[in-house]
Structures are given as structure tokens and as C-alpha cells.
Design a protein around this ligand. Structure first.
Ligand code: HEC
Length: 474
């Protein structure tokens, strides 16, 4: 142990004088290179210090708390200097996120994921399946709606609403759908059929609505009917206040969820993170309206002066998956949501009435450039995610499995991932996720995962744009 101690003291001194000599960077990657790589290796593979990517933790459980303590206090006796005096809490937090990223990436490199092509059998933990192409030759399919008799509507980001009739993608898109702002993360995001569609024929669309001022857009929701290949009877369900339209191309959120006569949808922070906390603003919120757009009188902020009455919950960064999960007692439902964190800190939330999910006051992520947002991951009065993905998977699309095709998946959540190109299965025990399985990876960015009423699992994929169905293999 003695040589370690000497080296530790020496390097500790070097670090200290380095810190004095120049303004300390906030970038976690650079901090690691400057302060840690000499002992833990440039790839975190270990050296005088231990490997930080082998998932073996010598003196603790590898949790965020443990890593934070190690970096702050160190282990002076064995040559791990404490950096608490030199690094402020946000920088330490950034390093923890960075260590986590590298450790997970390294584990992933050693894991084999199913990368199915048509016809190939995938052996899963609770079910075996193969994939089947339902529609191809699409632009960027963002979501789909199930119509009676097995037909589908597919929303393409560009604004086209396509129809799959009798298993065949019709060449003509539905005429007369609303004009969308199809740029960056904006476009025609969601198509959804009313639960009572067979009787009332209502189809709902959520999209980036071009504002009156050129170059500005905001999330909006309409409903209409389709007659003879045309979009007709359009009614506005939700349109945000004019002053909330922004030129930013990011974080439109959405998903449309019907539950007990209500319609829930999310709007991302639109790149203005602080507004997620402002109840006078529609962005960074989940909203609840009646299925015809009226504001429910029992919404949580209807009596709060200045607050927008449609708000159901707030402090959301960018909701990309929302689903109503039937209550465990057979009655009622729970609203589950996934949202994109910044770099790290994608969240799975159980959304409660009027609750604040904390963005950007608390987060498990950091800025894309590796600088910290805050060191705070929790605060009294702010909700914690049920789980967070750090590093981010860019969770997109969310549904709960029910049906007979995959009995082993019943009650599980299914989530897509853009960045990792994955379909993930989350095994639930009550309100906890107790297991995660990557069902497949690497065949395209997953925009949407949706379970049909007959228990088929459909997935919208990008590059090339197509819709797949998972078919059970006994
Ligand atoms: C002077 C060498 C040195 C430097 C610089 C150094 N470490 Fe360490 N580190 C060590 C040693 C030695 C250990 C203890 C190994 C053991 O468990 O015996 C250690 C342990 C750790 C552990 C616990 C590992 C485990 O297996 O439980 C973490 C986490 C860690 N260091 C992170 C860092 C970070 C982050 C930095 C940069 C901010 C850093 N270290 C800088 C030498 C160093």
C-alpha cells in the first residue's frame, strides 16, 4: 500500500497545482482526463486505481451515492485522493454521470443483442418471436392507429396520413389533413382513434402547428373524420396560447392517451427548460382535457390564478411515451410516462395529478457538452422517476402489454428507444420495474410501440421507415 500512498500524494499535489493554475473545466470528459485518467486509465480500464468499467466495486455498491462519496472523500489510505475540496457538487455529479455512461457502454459492448431480420426467430426470456413487415416504403412513421377490421392509419413526420387497408399500404395519403411544421423534431407526431371509433368515427392528430408568425410552431391537437379518402369534420381539441409558439425545433412532446373519457397529452419544454416549472406556460407539461377538448372542472390548477387550466402535471422535459395502465385492483388506471433527459436522466414516471416532476431543478442527467446542469437529483416536493436511464436510451413510445399472443409479457411495459434502436420490455411488480429485457436492438430507431386490441405488438421504425409486427413463435 505504501507506494500507492506516495503516488497518490504526488498526483494529488499535481492536481491541486493544476487546479490553481487554470480555471477548472466543467466538462466531465475533460475533468476525467485531467484528474482521473492517470490512475484509472484513459479508457477507465484501471492502472494504479481500479477499473471503473468492469462493474466490480471494491468498497461499495456502485450506486450514485457511492461514486459521489468516492470522488468527494477518496480513500487517502490507499491512494485515491478526495476531490471534494477542488470540485463543486455539480462537477462531481457530472463525473458520476460520465462514469456511469462509460461503464454501461463497456458492458453493452460485451453483450449480444438480437438484431432480427424478417423470419429469424428471437429467443426472449418470456417469449420467442419473429418480426414481420406490415408496411414499408414509408417516410418517417411516427405512430399508428388501429382501425376495426385490422386496418391501420400511419402518421408520417412529413405530415402525410397514410392508410394500410387489407394489409396493403395505399399509395395516396389522406387528403386535407392539417398543415404541419415538419422540421427538426416537429411534424405530424400522433394519430389515434377514439376508443369509440366504430360508433363516432373520430380520429385524433397531434402535430407541430405552424404559428401565425413564420418560423414558429407549437404542439396542437385536432380531431376529424375520414370520408372517401379525405380528412373532414375537423375540430380543434387543443391549441396553445399564441405567445407560446416558438421557433425552436425541439421538444414538442405528445402522445395521445384516452382514459375514462379524458384525453391526456404531453408537451415538451420546447427548449425553454425553465418554463417547465411555470404554470402559466403550456410547455413542459402533461395536459388533460375531455375528449372534445373541454377543460375538466376538476383539473388540478383550474383555481390557481394565472395557471393554464389544462395542466395535469408539470416539470417534464420532453414526454415521448404516455400510457394508461389498468389499475392493479381492476378499477381505474395509472398514467405512466417516459421522457427524454438531457445527456443521461431519461425517466420513467408514474404521473400523479398536479405533481411536479422536477425538470430542470433536479435531473439525473447533464448537458450534452458534458457540463453539469445541477448536482441535485432529488428535492422534497419534487417527484422522483420510477427509474432513470443514465446513459440515455432516448425512450420513445410506450405501451402496456395485454393480450393472448404473448402471455409471458402481460402487464409489462414496452418502450422503444431512438438512440439505442431498441425495443425494451419492463417487468413490473406493482409500481416498480424489477427487470428489463432488450427484445431487439440495432434495426432502426424505434419511434413507437403499440399493442393492438388483439394483443399484437406493432413497432414504427426509421431508416428505412417501416411498420413491423411481432409474431409469437412457439
Ligand atoms: C492517484 C491515483 C488516483 C487518482 C488521481 C484517482 N483515483 Fe480513484 N482510485 C484510486 C485508487 C488507488 C483506488 C482504490 C482502489 C482500491 O479499491 O483499492 C481508487 C478508487 C476509486 C473508486 C472506487 C472504485 C471501486 O472499485 O469501488 C472510484 C469510483 C474512483 N476511484 C473514481 C475516481 C475518479 C472519478 C477520479 C478523478 C476525479 C479518481 N478516482 C482519481 C486512485 C486514484
Amino acid at each position: 500500500m505504501k507506494p500507492f500512498r506516495t503516488i497518490g500524494v504526488l498526483l494529488g499535489l499535481t492536481a491541486a497545482s493544476f487546479l490553481q493554475a487554470q480555471e477548472l473545466t466543467k466538462d466531465a470528459t475533460k475533468l476525467y482526463e485531467q484528474l482521473c485518467a492517470s490512475c484509472h486509465g484513459d479508457k477507465m480500464q484501471g492502472g494504479q486505481g481500479t477499473s471503473l468499467i468492469d462493474d466490480v466495486w471494491n468498497r461499495g455498491d456502485g450506486s450514485d451515492e457511492y461514486l459521489t462519496r468516492m470522488i468527494t472523500e477518496g480513500l487517502p489510505d490507499v491512494g485515491m485522493p478526495g476531490f471534494g475540496g477542488a470540485l463543486d457538487a455539480p462537477r462531481v455529479r457530472g463525473l458520476v454521470v460520465y462514469l456511469r455512461e462509460r461503464a454501461v457502454r463497456s458492458q453493452e459492448e460485451q453483450t449480444e443483442y438480437a438484431k432480427p431480420v424478417e423470419g429469424m426467430e428471437v429467443k426472449g426470456r418470456a417469449a420467442n418471436f419473429r418480426i414481420e413487415t406490415v408496411a414499408s416504403g414509408l417516410g418517417v412513421p411516427w405512430s399508428l392507429a388501429f382501425l376495426p377490421g385490422g386496418d391501420l392509419l400511419v402518421a408520417e413526420r412529413s405530415g402525410q396520413l397514410r392508410r394500410v387497408r387489407g394489409g396493403v399500404l395505399e399509395p395516396e395519403s389522406i387528403a386535407g389533413t392539417p398543415k404541419v411544421w415538419a422540421k427538426s423534431q416537429g411534424g405530424l407526431m400522433v394519430v389515434e382513434a377514439h376508443p369509440d371509433y366504430a360508433r363516432n368515427g373520430w380520429i385524433y392528430l397531434a402535430f407541430s402547428d405552424p404559428g401565425e408568425k413564420a418560423g414558429e410552431a407549437m404542439t396542437a391537437v385536432v380531431r376529424g373524420r375520414i370520408r372517401d379518402g379525405r380528412w373532414v369534420d375537423e375540430q380543434q381539441i387543443y391549441r396553445a396560447p399564441r405567445e407560446s409558439y416558438r421557433s425552436a425545433g425541439v421538444h414538442f412532446g405528445t402522445r395521445l392517451v384516452f382514459a375514462e373519457g379524458y384525453l391526456f397529452f404531453g408537451i415538451g419544454d420546447r427548449g425553454a427548460q425553465d418554463q417547465a416549472q411555470d404554470l402559466k406556460r403550456p410547455n413542459g407539461k402533461i395536459h388533460r382535457v375531455h375528449d372534445d377538448g373541454r377543460v375538466p372542472v376538476d383539473n388540478p390548477f383550474v383555481k390557481t390564478p394565472g395557471a393554464l387550466p389544462t395542466i395535469w402535471s408539470y416539470g417534464h422535459r420532453n414526454p415521448q411515451g404516455i400510457v394508461a395502465r389498468p389499475g392493479t385492483s381492476g378499477a381505474g388506471f395509472q398514467l405512466w410516462e417516459t421522457e427524454h433527459g438531457p445527456r443521461g436522466g431519461d425517466e420513467l414516471n408514474l404521473v400523479r395529478r398536479g405533481a411536479n416532476y422536477g425538470w430542470p431543478l433536479i435531473t439525473y442527467g447533464m448537458n450534452y457538452n458534458g457540463t453539469p446542469i445541477t448536482s441535485e437529483t432529488g428535492r422534497p416536493g419534487l417527484e422522483q422517476p420510477v427509474l432513470h436511464w443514465t446513459p440515455s436510451i432516448a425512450a420513445c413510445g410506450l405501451d402496456v402489454y395485454s393480450g393472448d399472443q404473448f402471455p409471458g409479457w402481460r402487464g409489462n411495459l414496452l418502450t422503444g428507444s431512438l438512440k439505442q434502436q431498441e425495443l425494451r420490455r419492463l417487468v413490473m411488480n406493482g409500481e416498480q420495474v424489477i427487470e428489463q429485457e432488450v427484445l431487439f436492438r440495432g434495426i432502426g430507431r424505434v419511434r413507437s410501440v403499440q399493442v393492438s386490441r388483439t394483443g399484437d405488438v406493432y413497432v414504427c421504425l426509421e431508416e428505412p421507415g417501416r411498420v413491423l409486427r411481432l409474431v409469437p413463435v412457439k
